[in-house]
Design a protein around this ligand. Sequence first.
Ligand code: ZN
Length: 240
Amino acid sequence: MHLLEWPSPNHDARPPGGIIDMLILHYTGMTSGEAALARLASPDAKVSAHYVVEEDGTIWRLVPEDRRAWHAGLSFWAGRRDINAHSIGIELVNPGHEWGYRPFPEPQMAALEALAQDITTRHPVRPEFVLGHSDVAPQRKADPGELFDWVRLAHAGIGLWPDFATAPQAIPPNAAAAQRLLAAIGYEVPQTGALDDATRAVIFAFQRHFRAARCDGALDRETLARIAIVAAAVKGDEGD
Ligand SMILES: [Zn+2]
């Protein structure tokens, strides 16, 4: 795998003793790859990622993996808030929902697969800790979005994609059950028992990752079933 260097000053030391066990995927959400690289290396922007993958498959390294890159911002997963401390951040060049969201092309996906496989040989990243920015910041972020091919990545051995054909246990079709299961997966979700705006945003994030055919924040039967299946898969993986 060929890496090009585009050093960014936007990083600091990881906290001592912490392990790197998460992989967070983003899109750049800017009009071009050049603009994104410029911003991610600008001292004023105070944002970065470890890697940027362009649509033609070019991979740039911005921050060494042993340093904390500033990519996730205010975020949460499975009880953790300092996601940057524990993660490798990868930015995929894509205009995003604001500038003309489009599919991630084959060369970009192939390069990402190779990069992610390389990272997971060096760091103990469990499948359920391969996440989108929207998973760890569902109230603020939509990237990498519903066009990202999580199924393909899982087939390459990266990330969680359970068999959704399995019948889940009977789940009460209510907000409280969904909130409990989403929290068990790792999401930060209120436990109000109501489909409030914050809960809908988390359901939307779940759909972007695990049910891209329907992204509307609604708790329909299929979405609820998939939430239950993912929760069971995460629980089973933790028990290994
Ligand atoms: Zn992001």
